[in-house]
Design a protein around this ligand. Structure first.
Ligand SMILES: Cc1cc2nc3c(=O)[nH]c(=O)nc-3n(C[C@H](O)[C@H](O)[C@H](O)COP(=O)(O)OP(=O)(O)OC[C@H]3O[C@@H](n4cnc5c(N)ncnc54)[C@H](O)[C@@H]3O)c2cc1C
Length: 401
């Protein structure tokens, strides 16, 4: 029987934002790409705070112009100590203009971002998307072959595994992970409110974790409320009116009366990091490579940097007439991404643990750190710059990142 395997230069597995970004970036780098993925099974009610570096990448990819009108700028960021503890940190306020930006980034609903990425993907002639489940991934000497539920088979010298935290691609490449589960759950919901947010994101630091309100267009915001698991479940079970009242209380009514929008959800907090971000012609991007808690809005921003980095590296290898899925490309990709991912994960872990700690000297240190951030201008600006785009990954001319 003749082999019906369809070949391309690159394959992307996954249907989320990291997969779509990788596919668009590869195609835009001139690489004939096939994306095979399933959309997430349930509607994603989350929003993503896309920081300045991600906006620059999405602009270069022709995606940002398709969704910018539905995103809200993040111009001011407030950190408020709401622990009620003896050692309380001062309120810290960061303004985008302090580092010569109009906005630190933009907050966008995940379905709006996915729609824009899909529209851009449809417009690229060298990108084919297949809405199907991948049921097998087989790395080989010269290429990777995937089998779809329909029975179709696809192969390419480079596969990008952007198939989420339980990645089949990662398992096929025999890449181990390290994992940690926190005793915390994030409750997410979008809401309308009677007072304007004035483009300000406010993070209340509580003894269970951050309670963060992030602006959406109009008098709307998204909430990520990190709680102990039983508290999250109790709140999740309340009626809309009851939960709205609890949220208004926790927000000290800064946005007035709240009305919930449909689609609240719970997300247990954990970290998961792949031992390598690529092996056996398979590179990992997004949550297939690293899961971090939703604190400080870094997860997908890292995923987008992964996606454009592998596309750039593959594009350069192809232009030089080299094998785009070879070990040297995957090793260089791993090196390029590991520091960024590890440093963000560490900062988030320390910020979270010092908030939860009952150890008085640690609370004092946290307060001192925030005091220094409030008072020392150069330190403030360095932290703000590092927060929106790491030094190693500032946008370069003619570069995606
Ligand atoms: C509460 C919360 C708030 C967050 N807020 C922010 C924020 O403000 N800023 C930020 O940067 N990040 C944020 N994040 C992180 C961000 O949501 C994730 O980093 C992002 O969703 C990961 O995208 P992904 O494409 O890697 O994975 P996913 O979105 O999980 O996508 C994986 C995709 O692969 C598909 N798939 C899986 N297996 C297969 C298969 N075998 N065949 C075909 N398809 C398959 C799935 O259907 C899915 O579509 C937040 C996370 C949480 C939990």
């Amino acid at each position: 029987m003749p082999d019906k395997t369809e070949t391309s230069e690159a394959l992307v597995v996954g249907g989320g934002p990291a997969a779509l970004t990788a596919a668009v970036a590869l195609a835009q780098a001139g690489i004939g790409t096939v994306l095979a993925g399933r959309r997430p099974p349930r509607a994603d009610n989350r929003t993503t705070a896309l920081l300045a570096g991600s906006i620059a990448a999405l602009e270069t990819l022709g995606v940002w112009e398709l969704c910018a009108g539905n995103a809200a700028p993040l111009i001011t960021m407030r950190l408020v100590d709401d622990t009620g503890r003896l050692w309380r940190a001062p309120e810290v306020k960061f303004e985008a203009h302090e580092i010569d930006l109009d906005a630190f980034g933009y907050n966008i609903e995940n379905p709006v971002l996915i729609d824009a990425l899909e529209a851009r993907a449809r417009a690229l002639p060298n990108l084919r998307t297949i809405d199907d489940e991948v049921i097998a991934v087989e790395p080989g000497e010269d290429d990777v072959t995937v089998t779809l539920r329909s029975g179709a088979r696809l192969s390419a010298p480079l596969a990008v595994g952007a198939d989420g935290r339980n990645s089949m691609c990662r398992a096929a490449a025999h890449i181990e992970t390290s994992e940690h589960k926190y005793h915390q759950v994030a409750l997410t919901v979008c809401l309308k409110h009677t007072r304007p947010h004035r483009d300000t994101s406010t993070e209340f630091h509580t003894t269970t974790g951050p309670f963060t309100l992030v602006p959406l267009p109009g008098n709307r915001s998204s909430l990520v409320w990190v709680l102990r698991p039983h508290e999250a479940e109790e709140l999740h079970a309340l009626s809309d009116d009851e939960l709205a009242l609890e949220i208004e209380r926790a927000a000290h009514s800064i946005l007035g009366k709240m009305t919930l929008e449909p689609g609240r959800a719970l997300f247990p907090l954990s970290t998961k990091t792949a031992a390598r971000f690529g092996a056996q012609r398979i590179s990992l991007v997004g949550e297939a490579a690293h899961v971090i808690p939703p604190i400080g809005a870094q997860g997908l921003n890292l995923g987008l940097r992964d996606a454009v980095t592998i596309a750039e590296m593959a594009g350069r290898a192809r232009d030089a007439g080299r094998d785009i899925g070879a070990d040297d490309v995957l090793i260089a990709y791993d090196r390029a991404r590991r520091g960024d991912v590890a440093s963000r994960g560490l900062v988030i872990d320390i910020a979270n643990r010092t908030l939860l700690s009952d150890f008085l000297p640690l609370q004092g240190l946290r307060g001192l750190g925030l005091y220094a951030l409030d008072k020392i201008g150069p330190l403030r600006r360095a932290v703000m710059r590092e927060g929106v785009a790491p030094r190693a990954k500032r946008p370069l001319r003619n570069s995606l990142i």
